[in-house]
Ligand binder design. Structure first.
Ligand code: NAD
Ligand code: MG
Length: 388
């Protein structure tokens, strides 16, 4: 990106992906200008970022936060509020980074694409829940959707060697790698005693708490199966999960002739973030290199689907289609929040999602109103189970 300077809006700026995006922007000041940021509860961090990058506009979640932030920043920074504010900021820049956690990231995904922007997407929940709606807005001229999620970013890089024909008929399988999380190798019985402190320690990645718990249940990989299907237009029957504990191979594409392409690197999210910002160029700073002069161990194994039922649940939701993935993701958000709040045990997370999905009432998901109603209903069902 030597010649052009691109504007960037970063939603979820204070989180794990957000702060790593800021790291990339600090190294690439010649190429990018951060113009807008948004975040949730961490107001002093948000103010510090606004000051450092001298952004013009900041999004917060409530009027209360607006007032508190205005006191910190003074009148020169415009502050916008709530989902409408997020949507407004998503029209602000050439590149919109969606690093918000959960379904709350939906306005960013839809508005950025509708506005013909490049959407660099970390927020998989919005794509999974709203896949049919996202498919429509992706047709907006000028818009593009590039995945920050490391597996999908790997596949994006592998597929660059394929003719971009719809549905990729020369691809036999997408192979999503999974570290297996902190409970890899645990039996079903052992998992009954899984503790929050164990679940919050990921073996290879340091991430926000919700995705860390999702990685421990493999729900994260389940969401990623649907994410891959939606991103690349490849049905979930051609998306498989492979456990690869080292997190060096970030995912693979197998072609009909048996040839397999893979993308390898050190596990560092700044690499996929920089890839999404820099496209079609590669940003030269780099984030560490693999040392091939030393032995590198790469192991692969099948996931334990009985011990980690979230994976099969996600395939089921994908096959049901319509609003089923939105139900799964919404119920999961409620259950993970309850687990993080010490209100339920680890095995209850996926049990609650399964019960909610069992009660799914088919809906083809034709509109945003439909999606909001489905999201609210699935959350209500999950809360009902919690309060029983
Ligand atoms: P995080 O919890 O560290 O950060 C979330 C960010 O979203 C914070 O800035 C928070 O303030 C903000 N936020 C929350 N609710 C908001 C709202 N209503 N409006 C505006 N901002 C809001 O989470 P994370 O680990 O950075 O993950 C963010 C997204 O990226 C998730 O969808 C996750 O699945 C995805 N992702 C993360 C990683 C990773 O390595 N952390 C990897 C792949 C994908
Ligand atoms: Mg991932």
């Amino acid at each position: 990106m030597s010649t052009l300077r691109h504007s960037v809006a970063l939603m979820g700026a204070t989180g794990s992906i957000g702060t790593q995006t800021l790291d990339v922007l600090r190294r690439e000041v010649e190429s990018f200008e951060l113009v807008s940021i948004a975040g949730g509860e961490q107001l002093s961090e948000l103010a510090a970022i606004a000051r450092e990058f001298q952004v013009a506009r900041v999004g917060v979640i409530s009027e209360e936060h607006r007032n508190a932030l205005a006191d910190l920043l003074g009148p020169s920074t415009e502050i916008v509020v709530g989902p409408e504010g997020l949507a407004e900021l998503s029209r602000d820049a050439d590149i919109i980074v969606n690093a918000v956690m959960g379904f709350a990231g939906l306005p960013v995904t839809l508005t950025a694409l509708e506005s013909g922007k490049r959407l660099a997407l970390a927020n998989k929940e919005s794509l999974v829940a709203a896949a049919p709606l996202v498919a429509k807005v992706r047709a907006t001229p000028g818009s593009s959707l590039v995945p920050i999620d490391s597996e999908h970013c790997a596949i994006h890089q592998c597929l660059a060697s394929s003719p971009a024909s719809p549905g990729y008929p020369d691809v036999s399988r997408l192979l999503l790698t999974a570290s297996g999380g902190p409970f890899r190798g645990w039996s079903k019985d052992e998992l009954l005693h899984a503790q929050k402190s164990d679940a919050l320690v990921h073996p290879t990645w340091s991430m926000g708490s919700k995705i860390t718990i999702d990685s421990s249940t493999l729900m994260n990989k389940g969401l990623e199966v649907m994410e891959a299907s939606a991103l690349f237009g490849i049905e979930v029957g051609r998306v498989e999960v492979v456990v690869h504990p080292q997190s060096v191979v970030h995912s693979m594409v197998e072609y009909v002739d048996g040839s397999v392409l893979a993308q390898l690197s050190k596990p560092d999210m700044r690499l996929p973030i920089a890839y999404c910002l820099g496209l079609p160029e590669r940003l030269g700073h780099g984030w560490g290199r693999l040392d091939f002069s030393q032995p590198i161990e790469l192991n692969f194994e099948a996931p334990d689907r009985a011990a980690f039922p979230a994976l099969d649940l996600a395939y089921e939701a994908a096959r049901l289609g319509g609003a089923a993935p939105a139900w799964l993701s919404a119920a999961n958000e409620v259950a993970v929040a309850a687990f993080l709040d010490d209100r339920i045990g680890w095995v209850d997370i996926v049990a609650i999602v399964a019960t909610v999905l069992d009660g799914y009432e088919p809906d083809p998901l034709n509109s945003l109103d439909d999606l909001m109603a489905n999201d609210a209903l699935a959350r209500q069902r999950a809360h009902d189970i919690l309060h029983k």
